[in-house]
Design a protein around this ligand. Sequence first.
Ligand SMILES: Nc1ncnc2c1ncn2[C@@H]1O[C@H](COP(=O)(O)OP(=O)(O)OP(=O)(O)O)[C@@H](O)[C@H]1O
Ligand SMILES: [Mg+2]
Length: 476
Amino acid sequence: MSATLRPEAAAAGPRLLVVEDNDGLRRAMVRALAGPFACVDAEARGDRAVARLQETTEASYDVVVTDLRLPGASGLEVLEAVRQRDERTAVLLLTAFGSIETAVEAMRLGAFDFAQKPVALEELEIRVGKALDHAGLLRRVASLEAERASRRSELAIVGNSPALRTALDLAARVAPTRATVLVTGETGTGKELVAGLVHERSSRAGGPFVKVNCAALPETLLESELFGHERGAFTSADRERIGRFEQADGGTLFLDEVGDMSAATQAKLLRVLQEQEFHRLGGTRTIRTDVRIVAATNLDLPEAIREGRFREDLYFRLNVIGIALPPLRDRVDDVLALAHHFLDAFGRELGRARDGFRPDALARIRAHDWPGNVRELRNVIERAVLMSSGPWIEAGDVVLAGTPGDEGRWAPRLPAEGLALEEVERAVVLEVLARADYVQKDAARLLGISRRKLNYMVGRMGITHERWRRNRAEAG
Ligand SMILES: Nc1ncnc2c1ncn2[C@@H]1O[C@H](COP(=O)(O)OP(=O)(O)OP(=O)(O)O)[C@@H](O)[C@H]1O
Ligand SMILES: [Mg+2]
């Protein structure tokens, strides 16, 4: 059930939600608040309030006043729904006599204020006024941050294809919420860029943006990286160490390559996400931090789940909002925009300003299918700027991997009965690893793929080699 008093004149004014199951009290509160604050919605049940907060078609509330004990869902659940929806909303909790502990817990969970019942309507008005001032301030700060960030990142994120725009709009829309975001896409499509955008457009923009590459570290190191450790937690732990979850307090934790975590680490991460608290390795003290998670992967997680390599429950925790970045070959217009963008950028950076691309150079760029996506394009243009001798980029300056006619191209001899592609891949990867002395970076360069892609292939092929593991850990 719901009551709405919304005079036309105040359509753009602050929005309030009152959640209270006592009919008389609810009506009185709505009447008292609708005078000064105009737009007041009301719900009698906790679950109805939660459902209303999850409806994202409406603007979010500035202030929510909620009773603690409610039918359907508690005031704490309403608080949680508010925090998920928009962290700038101020929540004022009404508690019955004797539930002070819960009120303290609510403050810790991010409530703005609490009042003990029975509460005088004048007092309620004053407290809501304060909450509104607070919410208004947060909004102003956030919109200033967003403005500044959009000036920065709009410049940095190039492309106007509908597919990219859809992804960026979604990122901007979910940024102010606390919702966990999973960014997916092939290697080099801009997942990290989008993760940064989500942070910059959030009210956490003033806080830290902390990145962890989950693929780069072996299991125990990754856990200590994430959660920290106490002194002596394991043999090489000669001093205590603060983990990334603690470093990211008040900001955003970016879990990159999240699909590459071991089963044990997946289980630990899931528990932390559920309970919002953890221990350092070797420690007993419970640590809580206020962290918003953005994760990214170039793996097909639903497939990894089917194959038993990734936990489905963790996937659902991470994929609250999914942002899928399209591969570059599906956005031809972006290829050209990006090519010009990188030409200008590298022209400036390398002190070699170029006038543009010759038509046949552009034709090569347009025809290529960019398996390494934006990163590959960026590298190709950088190289073209360095190779070009005149003011124009010629077709010959555009060196694409796998283009027929490139010198030194290697072709395997095909047996009459054919050959499984997987076998060829494996043979090539093993050969290259050996030649690169198991140094990730060099092997990836020899293969013309990203380190992540290489990591992924090596993992998939089940190749294990002591030197590979060690080099990988050092590179991380
Ligand atoms: N739309 C874009 N505009 C400008 N630069 C971009 C865009 N998309 C990606 N880039 C650039 O391409 C490179 C790769 O992007 P990024 O690191 O975000 O990709 P990724 O998806 O995280 O890749 P990986 O899966 O390999 O980690 C970066 O240098 C990034 O700045
Ligand atoms: Mg990345």
